[in-house]
Design a protein around this ligand. Structure first.
Ligand SMILES: Nc1ncnc2c1ncn2[C@@H]1O[C@H](COP(=O)(O)OP(=O)(O)OP(=O)(O)O)[C@@H](O)[C@H]1O
Ligand SMILES: Cc1ncsc1CCO
Ligand SMILES: [Mg+2]
Length: 264
């Protein structure tokens, strides 16, 4: 685990370009700022090239895209490819809506992505594995989550972060599992979006994508667990702002001390 990547994020303050969704954009922007990145959002195709060129990474969240916006998303993806900028893709609810799955797979055919971050239902859908997704949530299934994360990583030649009670990070051969967690993540809509954009910030340091995804996932999970442990009462409404505070306060020593993971 490259714990020092957290310090690198703070020193470099990478510009993290996000195509976000209107539901969670504020939490995503503040989360990026708190961990040490510099967020910028845009939905305008005419500035797609400029946005990508000035940014250190791109995070594409498919939470609430429209058909019209797909042209911008494709332009951004192709610009990232041309400019060697890492891309995180968050395939929101592709396991629950066939239209989303079709458009997401089309995008993945059109440009390469560095990391796909989704819940089990989303990863299953992209890996063609049987699973019962539920809206934006993971839903239920019996498939082996490590196997399907690896299958997707190999299919799309990228790193996959499959989030859940345990987070699975894989490049198709290596697998890391992060055990830190709190149920409060599930009560805060957009925890997953924030995890994806946090991965984008770590990728913006120029670090190896697998190592960046590992350390971003561990830092985010530890931050949530630290907040939950400090809360007098586990309340959904105050978890969100306190998570942003902890993303600001968290340091390498805390992640090293509290981090609970297995690398393989
Ligand atoms: N069952 C669970 N118990 C504890 N933590 C969880 C659980 N499921 C997910 N998490 C944590 O919640 C965070 C967000 O992951 P999740 O899988 O909920 O993403 P998501 O479904 O895309 O969320 P959202 O739609 O709210 O953005 C991750 O840090 C993950 O570790
Ligand atoms: C609730 C919701 N609907 C579309 S995106 C989103 C936020 C979680 O990604
Ligand atoms: Mg999600």
């Amino acid at each position: 685990m490259k714990f020092e990547l957290l310090d690198q994020v703070r020193t470099q303050n990478p510009i993290a370009f996000n195509i976000s969704n209107f539901v969670t954009v504020q939490d995503v922007a503040n989360g990026i700022n708190a961990i040490g990145g510099s967020p910028i959002m845009s939905e305008e195709i005419n500035e797609a090239n400029a946005m990508v060129q000035m940014s250190n990474s791109v995070t594409i969240n498919l939470g609430a895209f429209t058909e019209a916006q797909l042209d911008q998303i494709k332009a951004v993806g192709l610009a990232a490819q041309d400019n060697f900028k890492p891309v995180v893709l968050d395939p929101v609810a592709v396991g629950a809506v066939a239209y989303r799955l079709e458009r997401c797979n089309q995008l993945l055919d059109e440009f390469p992505v560095t990391v796909i971050r989704g819940n089990a239902g989303e990863v299953a859908a992209l890996a063609d594995v049987e699973w019962q997704s539920k809206g934006i949530d993971a839903g239920d299934g019996n498939a082996d989550v490590v196997a399907m994360a690896k299958a997707l990583a190999n299919k799309r030649n990228c790193v996959v972060v499959l989030s859940g009670k345990t987070d699975v990070i894989t490049d198709g051969s290596r697998v890391t599992q992060v055990y830190n967690q709190t149920d409060l993540f599930k009560l805060h809509v957009g925890s997953g979006d924030m995890l994806s954009s946090t991965i984008g910030v770590f990728l913006g340091t120029g670090a190896d994508p697998y190592e960046a995804a590992q350390m971003a996932s561990l830092t985010f999970a530890v931050a949530g667990q630290v907040v939950a442990n400090k809360m007098e009462q586990p309340l959904a409404g105050s978890f969100g702002p306190r998570l942003i505070d902890e993303l600001y306060l968290i340091n390498k020593s805390t992640v090293e001390a509290v981090g609970d993971f297995k690398e393989g």
